[in-house]
Design a protein around this ligand. Structure first.
Ligand code: AMP
Length: 400
């Protein structure tokens, strides 16, 4: 099945055209600076043809039309007309408490998605415009929504997702733990379970470490807990996000600086984390090289994140009543062998027999980083959220 996977961010739109039967990506591309000016880069992976152009994109509906023109171009496109695209799968950042699995787009689903606007104010409008753009360009082509929150909200127990605020308040304003990066955690936990011989009875901690980072406890293939919360600001230190802090710091900052609620939210999302602590960069590579040169604040930023990752692994091991595997994924998890080594250096007592030499290698496929016989295994597993979206879309459309 030809499935177009669309990932609409606040000012960008990434896409991949999958042939799910052959299991290949036929084309991919990125629209950037939507709402500012606009730029597209499209690659036909079958012919190698690349198309790059600066072109006005007032909003995501316009960007979708430009993507469709690229996909159907006689010169660098992949299909003669859009009728050859049998389904569209959209990545959706927040499904609130309404969606705990992927769904077919219907008028009722769009009504519920509208209710998620407040929970992801930057992303939800982009998703809605992306869906509307596809509906206009491909009327009748089924569309599926795959939610970043669904893997978590489907199975997290009530005592894990409920915050100890007033119960009625939380109900009224939909305040609870939702988590994020669920599609990535689902993919790598699934791949890890295959390597362990099946999900039943397994206790896995998945560490999605990128510019945004989250850690999940996955027991029997189901999420028990995850480090992100009501929003993706919670959890461990990230590129520019602070992660968990004492909530009383927020009104304290506001009183001291005069920041408004929006400003303090923006501050904690954009100015903190590696960037704020190190004063060097939000990029882990820059922070690591500054630390190597003796920059104390850069070293501190790394020490904080290593400690926090270990703390989550420890907490989740207790929560699950044991640990079979730790998975590292995303930009840092897949590439930063120094970070993996530092995290695993504290886990020997749990039964991790880490293979430092193997950890130094570069791998494009799932790789075990522990020695044979290690009681707890450590894996590096490259994430593939787009494949999950394509597969969910195919399954839902095939069942129509
Ligand atoms: P992501 O958000 O998944 O794209 O991950 C971005 C983060 O991954 C940044 O902090 C990068 O510094 C980090 N990263 C990407 N490639 C490497 C690499 N080769 N070595 C170390 N860190 C990397």
């Amino acid at each position: 099945m030809n499935v177009l996977v669309v990932n609409a961010g606040s000012s960008s739109l990434k896409y991949q055209l999958f042939d799910t039967t052959a299991g290949v990506v036929r084309a991919k591309g990125l629209c950037e600076r939507i709402g500012i000016d606009g730029k597209i880069k499209h690659t036909n992976l079958e012919t190698g043809a690349v198309y790059e152009k600066e072109i006005a994109m007032a909003n995501h509906t316009v960007a979708t039309k430009i993507v469709i023109d690229a996909l159907t171009s006689a010169e660098y496109g992949s299909v003669k007309d859009m009728a050859e695209i049998e389904a569209v799968g959209h990545r959706v950042v927040h499904g609130g408490a309404y969606f705990s699995e992927s769904v077919l787009v219907t008028p009722e689903v769009m009504e519920k998605l509208e209710l998620c606007r407040d929970l992801a104010p930057l992303h939800t409008p982009a998703h809605i415009m992306g869906i509307e753009g596809c509906t206009e360009a491909m009327p009748g082509t089924p569309q599926v929504l795959v939610f970043d929150t669904a893997f978590h909200t489907a199975t997290m127990p009530e005592h894990v997702y409920t915050y100890p605020l007033e119960y009625e308040f939380c109900q009224k304003y939909a305040v609870r733990r939702y988590g994020a990066h669920g599609t990535s955690h689902r993919y790598v936990a699934g791949e890890c379970a295959k390597l362990l011989g099946g999900a039943e009875g397994t206790k896995i901690v998945t560490c999605h470490l990128g510019n945004g980072s989250s850690i999940s406890a996955v027991k029997d293939g189901k999420v028990l807990d995850t480090s992100m919360g009501f929003t993706p600001l919670a959890g461990i230190e990230m590129g520019t996000r602070c992660g968990d802090i004492d909530p009383a710091i927020v009104p304290y900052i506001m009183t001291k600086t005069g920041m408004t609620p929006d400003e303090v939210n923006n501050y904690m999302n954009k100015k903190c984390g590696f960037l704020g602590v190190s004063g060097v960069s939000s990029d882990c590579r820059d922070v690591a090289s500054a630390a190597k040169e003796g920059n104390h604040r850069a070293q501190l930023a790394l020490d904080i994140v290593v400690y926090e990752i270990q703390k989550f692994i420890g907490a989740y091991t207790v929560a699950m009543g044991g640990l079979d595997a730790v998975v590292f994924t995303a930009g840092i998890g897949e590439n930063d062998c120094g970070m993996r080594e530092r995290v695993c250096a504290g886990l020997e007592f749990l039964g991790v027999d880490f293979d430092k030499e193997k950890n130094q290698g570069r791998y494009s496929e799932a790789t075990e980083l522990t020695k044979p016989g290690s009681k707890v295994k450590v894996f590096m597993i490259p994430t593939n959220e787009e494949l999950v979206i394509a597969k969910d879309t195919e399954a839902i459309v095939n069942a129509l």
